[in-house]
Write a protein that binds this ligand. Structure first.
Ligand code: RB5
Length: 149
């Protein structure tokens, strides 16, 4: 069974619950790292907690949610080993896996998407990493992380 980690700030609690219900229908085990109410919460702290848990191992990928997906993604990408992609349609959902081998995807609870977030997640989950030249490029990202962070 695929194990997926999910976390949100106050800007995406409703979306988080929708995604958790969707993942249940896909027979995935979801680790919900909060938050579960709309009291203002600082997304960098939530992203860090979720990324550390992901790096502890055993997860297929992670989903981070805030008002836009941007803040969560910026914070997550500071954590060693994390490649978090802000996804906004089916094409970017597919490319995030096929070309970037993202291990986190981020969405916004306040964004009006033209396609359902659950469809984007489904596309991401059903795409495989293309490898080859993309393997080299993703490895370069890791090299930058090693040198610069
Ligand atoms: C919180 O108001 C909002 O700034 C946050 O959810 C997120 O959109 C940041 O990128």
């Amino acid at each position: 069974m695929k194990k997926i980690i999910i976390a949100a700030d106050h800007g995406a609690v409703v979306l988080k619950n929708q995604i958790i219900s969707f993942l249940k229908t896909k027979n995935c085990e979801t680790r919900d790292m909060g938050v579960n109410n709309e009291d203002p919460a600082d997304y960098p702290d939530i992203a860090l907690k979720a990324c550390r848990e992901f790096n502890a191992g055993g997860y297929e990928f992670g989903i981070l949610l805030c008002g836009t997906g941007i803040g969560m993604s910026l914070a997550a990408n500071k954590v060693r080993g994390i490649r978090c992609a802000v996804v906004h349609d089916l094409f970017t959902a597919e490319m995030a896996k096929a070309h970037n081998n993202a291990n986190f995807i981020a969405f916004g609870g306040r964004v009006n998407y033209s396609v359902a977030v659950t469809d984007m997640i489904d596309r991401f989950m059903n795409t495989t990493f293309s490898g080859d030249r993309h393997e080299r490029r993703v490895a370069r990202i890791a090299e930058i992380e090693k040198k610069e962070c």
